[in-house]
Design a protein around this ligand. Sequence first.
Ligand SMILES: [Zn+2]
Ligand SMILES: [Zn+2]
Length: 176
Amino acid sequence: MWREPMWWTVVVTVAALMEPWAMFVHARVWHGPLMWGHRSHHARDTGQPGAAPAPNSWFEFNDLFSLGHAGVAITLIALGVRQPGSWNHALMVAVGAGMTLFGVGYFLVHDGFIHGRLPLGFLARMRWFRLLRNAHRAHHGPRGGAPYGLFLGPQELRWERQRARRSLTAIPQRIP
Ligand SMILES: [Zn+2]
Ligand SMILES: [Zn+2]
């Protein structure tokens, strides 16, 4: 393996980059060509603004989609650990570990805490988790749509509002 700080920098960077990637995949693929399967995750949406969706069942068809990313991470780590010492193999393990770190965080916060699949309700005592939960509820609310990301969900909602404000102020200029 590389010198530790370098290796950990790659792990943390990959984990951080997984958020915009997950945002993109959720918006364009899950809510695009794979909506037929992702619909199982939205089946319990109440349609009420800000309302918590009912706790999700222990299995949703949508869960199978997560296995795709898990498969990539497992393959990278499995291939990487076979030749310890070489930099490219350390890189493979680091990328796989970064993906795993994000995946575990996503599962705990999104599935475990927000959708109540694990007894993690105590996290609501912390403001940051409440912000993430409220933002994600907008995705499951009557309007649907953004935020598609999880950890950047509150930020995504702010971008949405800014875009909406800009398009509102742009309207008078378009009227002749
Ligand atoms: Zn969705
Ligand atoms: Zn959800």
